[in-house]
Design a protein around this ligand. Structure first.
Ligand code: GDP
Ligand code: MG
Length: 177
């Protein structure tokens, strides 16, 4: 059997988006391999990573796509979004500009993404509370306004990372099954 044929019931594609250096690649490496890197190398982004997850009695293969730094140049193309059932939209709670960009990202998601795509808004770097520039309530209320789920995470300390991905994956499962 090849890697796609290992008894999984479903294959889901989901994407990571958000400004550069908010922690997308580290969230993914934490979720997929339980790894974290202190240096910021755009090339650390693999094209995608897989993880198999049990939801109820079903085995789901989540295929999560990461950018290889194209977000820096706003050069993410529609093919990145094609077929994606979910998205983690990430900002950095210590950099308000990354929160300000969310409107633009949400517009892009609505333009290129599926209309019933499950979107989880993620405020990352919650370990850096002393340098916080975006309040948790601000994140939560934007998410409410836009109809998104919301969670603060730390890829560094492994806080809520599993929960953020799992929230997206279980929601996708609910919608598609
Ligand atoms: P990306 O450009 O969105 O993929 O961001 P990266 O995953 O490359 O992370 C950018 C920088 O932020 C790197 O130096 C990471 O080590 C750091 N970083 C990522 N997540 C966290 C986090 O949760 N807490 C802290 N303190 N730093 C983080
Ligand atoms: Mg990256």
């Amino acid at each position: 059997a090849d890697s796609f044929d290992d008894g999984c019931d479903y294959l889901f594609k989901a994407v990571l988006i958000g400004d550069s250096a908010v922690g997308k690649s580290n969230l993914l490496s934490r979720f997929a391999r339980d790894e974290f890197r202190l240096d910021s190398k755009p090339t650390i982004g693999v094209e995608f990573a897989y993880r198999n997850i049990k939801v109820g009695d079903k085995l789901i293969k989540a295929q999560i796509w990461d950018t290889a730094g194209q977000e820096r140049f706003r050069a993410i193309t529609s093919s990145y979004y094609r077929g994606a059932l979910g998205a983690l939209l990430v900002f950095d709670i210590t950099r308000r500009a990354t929160f300000g960009s969310l409107k633009k990202w949400i517009m892009e998601l609505r333009e290129f993404g599926d209309s019933d795509m499950v979107i989880v808004l993620v405020g990352n770097k919650s370990d850096l509370g002393n340098n916080r520039e975006v309040g948790e309530e601000e994140g939560r209320s934007l998410a409410e306004k836009e109809g998104l789920c919301f969670m603060e995470t730390s890829a560094l300390e492994n806080l809520n990372v599993e929960e953020a991905f799992m929230q997206m994956i279980t929601k996708i499962h609910e919608i598609t099954s």
